[in-house]
Design a protein around this ligand. Sequence first.
Ligand code: FAD
Length: 481
Amino acid sequence: MTPAQSALIDAVRAHSGDKAVVTDPDDIAPWLTDWRGRFHGAAPAILAPANVEDMQFAVARAHELGVALVPQGGNTSMVGGATPPADGSALILSLRRMNRIRSIDPAAGLAVVEAGVILANLHEAAEAQGMRFPLTLGARGSATIGGLVSTNAGGTQVLRFGTMRSLVAGVEAVLPDGSRHDGLAALKKDNRGYDLDHLLVGAEGTLGIVTAATLRLVPAVVDRATGWLGVESPAVALTLLRAMERGSGTAIESFELVPKLALDLVLKHIPGTRPPLDSSHPWLVLVDYVAASPDTAKPALEALMQDALAAGLAQDAVVAANEAQAGAFWRLRDSISEAERAEGPTMAHDISVPVDAMPDFMESASARVEAAFPGVHCSAFGHLGDGNVHFHVNAPAGADGDRWRAGVGEAASHMVYDLVVAAGGSISAEHGIGQMKLAELERLSPPARMAALRAIKRAFDPHELMNPGKLVTLAPSPPTP
Ligand code: FAD
């Protein structure tokens, strides 16, 4: 621990109490590795202020002492975004004690929520008031509002409600010098120049600490139906989505594409899972249909499915008989990453291309990567309607994880990202850049874009004390090998 870190810890403890500082290595250990287990950091302490004033104190002292901080919510980042550097040069700044829902206003359709509130808890609180926060994802039991804001998270309802950015009506944040930005007032019109709230959305903790956000709510779901369809190809799946949207307006909230091979891995590795359809299809689609009046969603989804079967767009279909079965259907989709992880090493790529180009991209990129790296198997699944899939390159059976990742895995990743850029897409659709994609962002971004990102970073955080080594560094990062 450096003398400056030690002085910061003492100052925070004296100002905010013992609970605001964690120094026991056993308590720190779970927060040093990312969810996928790829990045391992070190930190002599976790600072955990419980309110915005204490947060301002901690950040201001860190600024004076020149101590780097790594903001952390639920630590479910898929890109090593919340993992501290391995040399112990930063302290973790946990938001988990700032976990109050300050208000829910059903009439205005707004909630003011602190950064450490876990997504599932906000879902529950909104529902108790007849409202809904319409963003969900597999990590909802751990991911926090601050993390979701800071990564501009997506999930499975983007098709209808957009990403986190479209649900954020205001942000409260502590800036790198400890000053407070209060943008919580949900102004419908506000043209005072640069939008500071939305600059912080997706900033991955590199411009300041999000302490609370005003979030948009929608009325609670009155009736929902969930079903699986078996389809022949991603191209047919996209035609099916368009047909269903034509037949239902905005009632289709989720439309997730899953290859049979990914489903097979879920059935193999996740206890208690069962195939949703009796027959076998190369691709499956999971659909959520939401209706405004009771007992209408299931018949409406069934009618859409009948049309799809009659038009030859689907070969088989099933609607969940009840909530429990709908939950089991979603568990299949939400468990794919976990099942692939259990099967063996995988390189995951959260990418987007224009929606209409995605089916071709999935097939052609898979063919090219599999031809270039014999033995690997590509699997792409996810949010087809958003032009965003998780494109995974899975190692051959028996491959040594670390060695495969560092060699063939990295080379295959370069190729995937090159193909994405050639298709006019993004190398990060929803997970952010973190430390995992730092060098690839540099390699594949036009110089003007990198210069603009650096200028913003320099203006807010010239000493690089806010989540150093993530998203963008002031000096160009070295190229990947
Ligand atoms: P953390 O992992 O703790 O942090 C994420 C980033 O935000 C880091 O850079 C961190 O420094 C920064 N940060 C955290 N809190 C703050 C704050 N208060 N102020 C400033 N910076 C902060 N993501 C999607 O978009 N869509 C998905 O469908 C999806 N599915 C997932 C499924 C699983 C099983 C898992 C494990 C993850 C998934 N994710 C998904 C990724 C992840 O859940 C999101 O990135 C989420 O937003 C992270 O929230 P968190 O609280 O865990 O943040």
